[in-house]
Design a protein around this ligand. Structure first.
Ligand code: 3EB
Length: 345
């Protein structure tokens, strides 16, 4: 877990051992650090950048740090519950909602601040992560916590007139600590949010999955100033149409989730979105694989190892997934290195 993406004027990420020195490599600046560890703590913000903790590793030794760096110096700030850093073009922001009996209201408040802050600074979010404890447990009113979260998010988006065209996202269970959310945004973002024609857009899911639909894209395509491109793939599961497939069969679910990822970043789907330079599973890195049952880790690991490139940063985490019948979900980033002779698009 030491490789880094090509050095470009876009945030790049490395998955590092948690004990490792998380200072930026020479020529890079920290934008945000996310520690996947055995507890959630308040987000701290120092001169360098916000530091976020997600309670998702079994022990400190199992943990890792997701370290986001950029090519330019960073300034940091705090707005309401949002801790943020920006290099003038790219933005990292995060908030933490402690454990509560219900989350819709607090989610609505923090999401409102995210939209206000990014909009006032001229940024547009292109990738959002959420880690939520008790994800599949009922809240104090008997509503599943994931659905409770979706309610709060939907209220903000509806009020802001955002019906679709949200970026790639992940919502996954944490082992404790309420809700941790972090996101990347870009100034005057001109990224493209991609759907997967094999899956119903999340904002069109039928009501059986919750009183308010989720709202995210299956992937987001970003072109950096130097012409290099990145595909940020959402948390992707064994879903076709809107249905969970292969109930109880973790191997088949893993294969379908990988297939869905391959399809969404493939040349056909990119062409359908007016983009060229499709990519494939062999281009993925910064892969996080979420496995509901610890006992399923070896079989999931085996299938992923056979499919993903050896050079990729890949981590496996034991975590709850948005629907109780989903056993596995994965996300990743497909960076495209500019040919050295290539000219910016
Ligand atoms: C799915 O495809 C699986 O609510 O933002 C994946 C990624 C999932 C993001 C979200 C939900 C979300 O519906 C669950």
């Amino acid at each position: 877990m030491t490789s880094t993406l090509p050095v470009v004027n876009a945030p790049t990420v490395a998955l590092q051992s948690i004990g490792a020195d998380t200072s930026a490599p020479i020529g890079r600046h920290l934008l945000g650090v996310v520690n996947f560890t055995d507890k959630s703590s308040e987000i701290t913000i120092d001169k360098a950048c916000p530091r976020v903790s997600v309670n998702l590793a079994e022990t400190v030794g199992d943990g890792f740090a997701e370290v986001w760096t950029t090519a330019r110096p960073v300034t940091t700030g705090q707005f309401g519950t949002i801790s943020w850093a920006s290099d003038g073009e790219f933005f990292f922001g995060a908030f933490h909602i402690p454990e509560l009996p219900q989350y819709a209201e607090a989610t609505e408040a923090s999401y409102t601040e995210v939209l206000e802050l990014t909009e006032s600074l001229g940024y547009r979010p292109f990738r959002i992560w959420h880690y939520i404890s008790g994800l599949n447990e009922p809240n104090a009113a008997g509503l599943e916590t994931y659905r409770d979260f979706c309610l709060g998010r939907a209220r903000v988006l509806e009020r802001s007139g955002i019906t679709h065209d949200m970026p790639a996202a992940t919502v996954i269970g944490a082992h404790g600590g309420g809700i941790v959310c972090y996101l990347l945004a870009r100034r005057r973002g001109a990224h493209v949010n991609l759907e997967n024609p094999r899956q119903v857009p999340a904002y069109h899911y039928p009501a059986r999955y919750g009183p308010k639909s989720p709202n995210f894209a299956r992937a987001t395509h970003l072109t950096a100033a130097d012409g290099s491109t990145f595909l940020y793939v959402s948390g992707t599961a064994s879903i076709l149409g809107h249905r969970s497939m292969h109930p109880g069969d973790v191997a088949a679910q893993t294969r379908l989730a990988l297939d869905n990822v391959g399809y969404v970043i493939g040349p056909g789907n990119l062409f359908a979105h007016d983009l060229n330079a499709g990519q494939g599973l062999a281009d993925l890195t910064a892969v996080k694989v979420y496995v509901r049952h610890r006992a399923d880790l070896p079989v999931v690991r085996e299938i992923c190892r056979a499919t993903l490139p050896e050079s990729a940063d890949v981590v496996y985490l034991n975590a709850d997934i948005c629907r109780s019948d989903l056993l596995v979900e994965l996300e990743g980033i497909a960076p495209q290195q500019l040919a050295t002779s290539g000219s910016p698009q």
